[in-house]
Design a protein around this ligand. Structure first.
Ligand code: HBI
Length: 95
């Protein structure tokens, strides 16, 4: 499924609205980390993110170590960051 990568200008504009996310130039991805009180809190968050992923048919690259969760968003179909990643990050932001 062809979807366009964001231009540098589009990326900067999108990131201005997502201050907690940073751009990973090597992956052309956006990344964010969270630290929760404990594993239970982290897992509860991941459960909600998983539902977003299935609903949007867009899936994060992520990892969890005890109370920490890292999420990296990129669009494999585009070979880099796309509007889908921005929409996903906004949905996570609004949890
Ligand atoms: N998730 N992050 C990410 N990137 C994709 O390109 C992607 C996905 N989830 C599902 C998906 N693509 C499918 O739409 C296609 O691979 C069919």
């Amino acid at each position: 499924m062809a979807i366009a990568k964001l231009t540098p200008e589009e990326r900067e504009a999108a990131l201005a609205g997502l201050p907690d996310w940073r751009w990973d130039a090597d992956r052309d991805a956006i990344v964010r980390q969270w630290k929760f009180a404990d594993f239970s809190e982290a897992w509860a968050f991941m459960s909600r993110v998983a539902l977003i992923a299935e609903k949007m048919d867009h899936h994060p690259e992520w990892s969890n170590v005890y109370n920490r969760v890292s999420i990296l968003l990129t669009t494999h179909d585009a070979g880099g960051l796309s509007a889908r990643d921005i929409r996903f990050a906004q949905a996570v932001q609004s949890l």
